[in-house]
Design a protein around this ligand. Structure first.
Ligand code: HPA
Length: 256
C-alpha cells in the first residue's frame, strides 16, 4: 500500500448519517475544548472495489438520529475533533435548495464560492490569548485541489456534476421567503443551504482542506409552484445519495 499522507474526513449532512460502504474499525467519542461533536467519529476503510483501502473518518453533522438542526450544530467541536484526529481534508455533504436554473432537484454541485448570511453562530476559533495571525485568507473558501479531485473523479466514473456555484449560507431553521431567495439570486447565489458556514471557515482556520458536494434537494422558496415539504426534500436527497456514496468511495480511492 502506498504511503498515505492525506487523511480524509466525510461530514455527512441530511440523509447521510452513515456510509454503507465504510467498514468501521472503531468509533470514538471525542471531547474538545468546545464540547462534543455531533456524533462519535467513525474510523474505517472505504470499500471501493480496488485493492487499496484508505482510512477515513466519518462524522454525522446532525447526529446519528438526525436530531440536531443546522443552527444548533456545534461546528467548532466538529472541526476541532477532526483536526485532533489528524484529518487533513474534509469532504462535506450539504443539502441545498436550487436557485440557478440548472440547479434542479436531484443534481449535485461542487460549489466554489460562499456568501454567509448566518447571524447567530460562533464562527471562529480565534478568541482570546492569541499569539498568531487571526485573519485567514478566505477569498476562495473551498479547496480548489480537493474540489478538482472530486470533479475529475466524477468525470472518470460518469457521474454528472455541476462545477462551481455560489453557496448562500442562511441561518435557518426556517426556509427562506420567496423575496429572500430573489435577493440571494440578485446577490449572485446559485444554491442555498444552512450548513455550509461556519464549517468551511473553521476548517480553513485549522488549515484543513475543505470541499463540498451539495445535493440539490428542492427548488428554493418561490421558484416552483410546489410547496416545499420535508418529505419531498428527504425523498429527493435519498434518490441522490447512492451516487454521492459512489462518488465519495471513488474519490477516496483516487486520493491515496
Ligand atoms: N433552503 C435552505 N436550506 C436548504 C434548502 C433550502 O431551500 N433545501 C435544503 N436545505
Amino acid at each position: 500500500m502506498s504511503e498515505i499522507n492525506k487523511k480524509i474526513a466525510i461530514i455527512g449532512g441530511t440523509g447521510l448519517t452513515s456510509l454503507e460502504n465504510l467498514e468501521i474499525v472503531r468509533r470514538e467519542i471525542a471531547i474538545t475544548p468546545y464540547g462534543e461533536p455531533s456524533s462519535p467519529l467513525a474510523y474505517g476503510c472505504i470499500k471501493n472495489g480496488s485493492s487499496q483501502a484508505t482510512e477515513v473518518v466519518f462524522l454525522a453533522r446532525h447526529g446519528h438520529a438526525h436530531n440536531m438542526p443546522p443552527h444548533m450544530v456545534n461546528y467548532r467541536a466538529n472541526i476541532r475533533a477532526l483536526k485532533e484526529a489528524g484529518v487533513t481534508s474534509i469532504i462535506a455533504v450539504n443539502a441545498v435548495g436550487g436557485i440557478r436554473d440548472d440547479m434542479v432537484p436531484g443534481s449535485l454541485v461542487i460549489p466554489d464560492q460562499i456568501i454567509d448570511y448566518t447571524t447567530r453562530r460562533i464562527n471562529t476559533f480565534f478568541e482570546t490569548n492569541l499569539s498568531h495571525v487571526t485573519h485567514i485568507d478566505f477569498s476562495y473558501p473551498y479547496s480548489a485541489e480537493l474540489s478538482q479531485l472530486i470533479m475529475d473523479t466524477a468525470e472518470k466514473i460518469n457521474i454528472k456534476l455541476i462545477k462551481g456555484g455560489t453557496y448562500a449560507a442562511t441561518e435557518g431553521p426556517r426556509l427562506e421567503t420567496a423575496a429572500e431567495v430573489q435577493r440571494l439570486k440578485r446577490d449572485g447565489c446559485d444554491i442555498v443551504g444552512m450548513t455550509g458556514m461556519p464549517e468551511a471557515a473553521l476548517a480553513r482556520e485549522l488549515e484543513i482542506d475543505y470541499a463540498s458536494i451539495c445535493v440539490n434537494a428542492n427548488w428554493a422558496a418561490g421558484l416552483s409552484d410546489e410547496p416545499i415539504s420535508m418529505e419531498a426534500i428527504e425523498k429527493t436527497i435519498e434518490g441522490s445519495l447512492a451516487i454521492v456514496r459512489q462518488l465519495i468511495a471513488a474519490v477516496i480511492g483516487n486520493s491515496a
